[in-house]
Write a protein that binds this ligand. Structure first.
Ligand code: ADP
Ligand code: ZN
Ligand code: ZN
Length: 755
């Protein structure tokens, strides 16, 4: 047989566009497949890459180099994952290298370990006391004398003692030991050679774990019906939306489905928006799935990450992985079911760095490669997910009865415009809110004051009638720019001077900047001098487990009043909270973003749906200057369908999703005027093709980020038009702009389906 040569397209973890083609040496042909790790020559050195495709077409125009070696005896991941990564790079307009960096544990792509099979890089190495010291710990003291001169080795040994505990017994992870300050591999090697320590790789148990379905709750008739409906949907469709109130038992249904999936030997992925705030959920799953449960997110230690990679790659045991968005990159060998809980949550979108993916959407593609089913669950569906149901792309199952004893709270709307006119507001607090809060505290119950974090946006509103200036082109609120004293739409750049008087009620226009939680805390302290107060927002909680700690202290009754941002709606078990006060619902309704109403409906419904989950029903007070705002009515009536149909009409009128797909183009430069000039150049090139589908360029909502000035443009591509063609066009314009003299030292990136 005349050997026709084969070529491999290799993805490398570098930010350059495109793949790199190499010749496959004949002796590797039988072993090399899509998903294999390879070592290839690159520039003057070598690199580790992943095979994305294999073909027989000789590339022309350059000298093709050969693959150097194949370190592993089996592919790193299945071809489904490679296909998925390629799709992510295409769809989200970033390089495959950027996807690889996000997807793979770093040490799999480093040359230092690349000569060993990936099992080696993935295995967990543990360090123990040497056999001798294990049997004879007292000998340690006399042996230590030998180390007197070797100060660094001695220090490492002390570090080991801190990690492992009592001399003779205990052990630690090699990686944890080596991450101590001043530790390194040669010091460790010396301690092993001198008979102090011993190294062993941890063996994984072979797949013998089983699950027990008698641990599942007995479903109520309504839940049973919903479960049957979901199974029915899955016979014909790949995905299903479960629309059900908070506490209707959605999680119980997920667990029933996951049980079946694991029993059939396939893995299940349970996605949640923010893992640090889901300790209760993890405990609940652990009670049922025990040793089959794995928890995964970007904060788990590298050694745990590698362990999970190895467990999944081994492939002889089905797991349920409870994870944040990054778990869509795990190497599941067989995926049977994906649950996306709180599917509407914007934390599923990665903002920075690339790939700027939305895990909720991307996981559907991954699941389709595995023929796995996807269940989206929420009390407040995203507009996108719900319209997919109406278009029959996805099934819809509803569950509106709440589990026994759970009543919906009473929700009242308070008109702060009237109260302000009568001078009865005390800072942000209405008399009614003060009164019911004080009464609750007097009875030893708890109170939550809720202020949207995004309230810092510099907006203008009439304090008397609640009028808010809106852009005539974009249907979003306009932002106040102090320097020029004018109002501006940050989508299209439309500007108007700040009016002297409110055009509706003729009151003198009042500026209203953000009213942050810090200032609220001061006010609350004055208004409730005897109450114990905690504040929780991004300033007070830099660390995620710190927020969990603050919340659980509040839950245990350590304080009377919690002042929080939207963050608390996700993590808090509201059982003991009697009163929830939404201080200013207007901030949400008027946020300058086309999703403002959607977010407001979701957030307010979540708050309203969570308080008073037990015997006593809760009380929610919504303070607003717009008591007749349709969104507030829809929240009060728990009427999602009314909200949806009104919202999609506006979306259609102003060409927003689901009628268009949106791409943001960001132009960044360290020099403000150069960023502006390049953005204008980009826009000029794009306008002939995109016309009115392009808005901007304008300063991005975050005008300067880590020293980089940011300009941005918005492109709205109608769903009937080819999204791929629009993307290709934008990529070409980017290349032109960056190649030009004006593009020197600039960066241009895309954000597809931004949230
Ligand atoms: P959701 O996920 O819709 O918010 P959950 O599944 O968390 O609802 O249910 C709310 C509460 O009711 C949980 O404490 C759950 O254990 C309990 N619950 C729901 N359904 C049942 C059931 N069939 N049997 C026993 N407890 C249930
Ligand atoms: Zn007014
Ligand atoms: Zn506009």
């Amino acid at each position: 047989m005349s050997a026709s040569l084969l070529y491999a397209e290799v993805g490398l973890p570098i930010p350059l566009e495109g793949r790199f083609t190499y010749e496959v040496p004949e002796e590797l042909v039988p072993y090399l497949i899509v998903g294999s790790r390879v070592i290839v020559p690159f520039g003057k050195g070598r690199r580790v890459g992943i095979v994305f495709a294999i073909h027989a077409v000789k590339p022309v125009g350059f000298e093709v180099k050969r693959i150097v070696s194949l370190p592993d005896d089996r592919p790193l991941v299945r071809s489904e994952h490679v296909r998925f990564w390629a799709w992510l790079s295409d769809y989200y307009m970033c390089t495959e290298g950027e996807v690889l960096k996000a997807a793979l544990p770093a040490n799999l792509l480093q040359m230092e370990t690349a000569d060993k099979p990936y099992w080696y890089a993935l295995r967990t190495q543990r360090i123990y006391w040497s056999k001798y010291l294990q049997e004879n710990p007292l000998a340690l003291n006399e042996r230590l004398l030998k180390l007197e001169k070797a100060k660094k080795q001695l220090a490492l040994l002390r570090g080991f003692m801190d990690l492992a505990g009592t001399p003779g017994v205990g052990c630690c992870n090699r990686m944890d030991l080596l991450s101590l300050p001043h530790a390194n591999a040669s010091l460790l090697k010396a301690l092993i050679e001198k008979g102090f320590l011993r190294e062993e790789s941890e063996e994984l148990p072979s797949g013998t774990l089983s699950v027990d379905d008698s641990l599942l709750a007995v479903l109520t008739p309504e839940q049973e019906t919903a479960l049957t409906e979901i199974r029915e949907v899955f016979k014909h469709k790949e995905s299903c939306l479960l629309h059900g109130y908070t506490a209707s038992g959605k999680t119980e249904l997920y667990m029933h489905l996951i049980m079946k999936c694991i029993q059939s030997g396939r893995n299940a992925l349970f996605l949640v928006p923010e893992i640090a705030l889901t300790k209760q959920l993890a405990q609940r799953l652990e009670r049922v799935f025990g040793a089959c449960l794995r928890v995964y997110h970007s904060d788990v230690s590298l050694s745990e990450r590698l362990r999970l990679w190895r467990e999944l790659s081994k492939g002889d045991q089905a797991y349920v992985v409870l994870g944040a968005r990054s778990s869509i990159f795990l190497p599941f060998p067989h995926l049977g079911l994906v649950v996306v809980d709180e599917e509407h949550d914007s934390s599923y979108k990665q903002q920075d760095p690339a790939p700027r993916y939305n895990a909720r959407n991307a996981v559907m593609v991954l699941a389709s490669f595995f023929k796995a089913k996807v269940l989206l669950g929420t009390a407040t569906p995203s507009i996108e997910a719900y319209s997919n149901c109406l278009m029959k792309k996805s099934g819809l199952v509803e569950l509106f009865s709440r589990h026994m004893g759970y009543g919906l709270p009473e929700v009242r709307v308070i008109n702060t415009a009237n109260l302000r006119k009568q001078k009865r507001m005390k800072s942000l607090f209405s008399p009614e809110l003060l009164q019911v809060s004080q009464a609750a505290i007097d009875q030893g119950e708890q109170v939550l004051f809720f202020q949207n974090r995004r309230g810092y946006a510099p907006m203008v509103t009439c304090a008397v009638c609640g009028w808010v200036p809106r852009c005539t082109n974009c249907d979003v609120s306009m932002t106040y720019h102090k320097a020029k004293d004018h109002l501006r739409c940050h989508y299209c750049g439309y500007e108007i001077p700040l009016p002297d008087r409110c055009p509706v009620c003729a009151a003198e226009a009042t500026r209203w900047g953000g009213y942050g939680t810090e200032r609220i805390e001061e006010d609350v302290q004055k208004l409730f001098p005897d109450a114990r107060i905690v504040r929780m927002d991004t300033d007070t909680v830099q660390k995620k487990d710190a927020s969990q700690r603050l919340l659980s202290r509040f839950e245990q009754g350590d304080s009377d009043i919690l002042i929080g941002t939207q963050m608390v709606t996700k993590g808090l078990d509201f059982q003991n909270v009697r009163v929830v006060g939404v201080l200013n619902a207007d901030l949400m309704l008027n946020f300058p973003d086309f999703r403002a109403h959607e977010r407001a409906f979701q957030m307010l419904s979540q708050v309203a749906g969570r308080s008073g989950r037990r015997e006593k029903s809760g009380l929610v007070l919504l303070q607003t200057t717009q008591p007749d705002h349709p969104v507030l009515k829809q929240v009060l009536q728990h009427n999602y369908k009314a909200f949806f149909s009104e919202e999609v009409q506006l979306r259609q009128l102003f060409s927003y999703p689901p009628y268009t797909r949106i791409i943001y183009v960001y132009v960044r430069h360290l020099d403000a005027s150069k960023a502006r000039a390049l953005a204008l150049r980009f826009a000029q090139q794009a306008s002939s093709y995109f016309g009115a589908q392009m808005l901007g360029p304008d300063q991005a909502p975050i005008g300067r980020l880590n020293q980089w000035y940011q300009q941005f443009m918005m492109f709205k591509i109608p769903v009937e038009e080819s999204f791929m063609r629009a993307k290709k066009r934008l990529m070409r314009i980017r290349t032109l702009c960056l190649e030009d003299r004006t593009g020197k030292n600039a960066r241009i990136h895309f954000d597809v389906d931004p949230v």
